[in-house]
Write a protein that binds this ligand. Structure first.
Ligand code: ASP
Length: 316
């Protein structure tokens, strides 16, 4: 197995071979998840703690299910309601949890870099379930698996990522992964929602949906992340939908077999038309959710193998 990482903090440190190793293992977990009996034992005897400092529906449920399917003892901590409200620092929380000897810690945090900081303080394997606008590695991996299964390959594709790029960890992780596997990435959105420095990212940038979608194999839509906006980034939702919302007319500019993706949660009628989202001939949004469980099983399985192979460490 070619996967040496101790933690899964982002796509950035992963090699193309590590990415394909993880996706190949995830493919086998897709098969397991479609069987009547869905249990494996790769995580038997291990303790997984999910620590979400930001709201999540699908990611948390997906990590929980992934751990349970592989036999781990899974505990969810409702961080909004607990210690952080009482002023405990992230590091104190980490040290407290560390004393309970978890093997896998799944963390989502509103601040970029917070998950990496926490990983330095604990003995177990840490998985980043989204840190601020920085990275969301399992989302990019599940997107990659969805694309690979739909298109039969994950190279030399043209992928458009559309909408609120500036606030999106999903966009960042996807761009890193898709570039590592030699795909062309286009970013489409209003200039106010493009990150500064985007010119150095090796992508093509468009502020016109029709021009940007021309000839694309994959159309990935993003949610307007209003919780991360501190001012007027768009004139109105209506105006935004008119210019950047994906509808049948704009989609017709992409290749006839282009697939439509969205990481969820979706704002129907803001960034995507509901009929496109539900069109089973174009939309792979439900497949993304299915791939999410398999990818998280594979990620935790690989990290657990590395954990078992390492001699026990004593924290400094
Ligand atoms: N669920 C994704 C994330 O956590 C995308 C989103 O929230 O719009 O980043």
């Amino acid at each position: 197995m070619s996967f040496d990482a101790k933690h899964l903090l982002g796509i950035e440190p992963l090699s193309p071979l590590e990415i394909t190793t993880l996706l190949d293992l995830a493919d086998s977990y897709v098969d397991l998840n479609r069987r009547a009996h869905k249990h494996g034992d790769a995580l038997a005897g291990l303790t997984q703690i999910n620590m979400f400092f930001e709201n999540s529906t699908r990611t948390q449920a997906s990590f929980e299910l992934a751990g349970k399917r592989l036999g781990a003892d899974v505990m969810n901590m409702a961080m909004q309601a607990s210690s952080i409200k009482k002023g405990e620092t992230l590091i104190d929380t980490a040290l407290t949890l560390n004393a309970m000897h978890p093997d896998l810690l799944v963390v989502r945090h509103p601040h970029s870099g917070a998950v990496a900081l926490l990983a330095q303080k604990v003995n177990c394997a840490v998985l980043n379930a989204g840190d601020g606008r920085h990275e969301h590695p399992t989302q990019a991996l599940l997107d990659a698996l969805t694309i690979r299964r739909a298109k039969g390959r994950l190279q030399r594709l043209t992928i458009a990522i559309c909408g609120d790029i500036a606030h999106s960890r999903v966009a960042r992780s996807n761009i890193l992964l898709l570039h590592k596997l030699e795909n062309r990435v286009r970013l489409i959105g209003p200039p106010t929602l493009m990150p500064s420095g985007v010119a150095d990212w090796g992508v093509e940038v468009f502020d016109d949906m029709r021009a940007g979608l021309e000839g694309c194999d994959v159309v990935m839509m993003l949610r307007l992340q209003r919780e991360r906006m501190d001012g007027g980034f768009i004139p109105s939702s209506r105006e935004y939908y008119h210019r950047f919302g994906l509808d049948a007319e704009k989609l017709a500019h992409a290749k006839p077999d282009a697939i439509v993706m969205h990481p969820g949660p979706m704002n129907r009628g803001v960034e995507i038309d509901g009929t496109i989202a539900d069109d089973i001939n174009r939309s792979v949004i439900q497949e993304q959710v299915e791939m999410g469980v398999a990818v998280r099983m594979a990620a935790m399985d690989l990290l657990a193998r590395n954990l078992r192979a390492r001699p026990a460490e004593v924290m400094a």
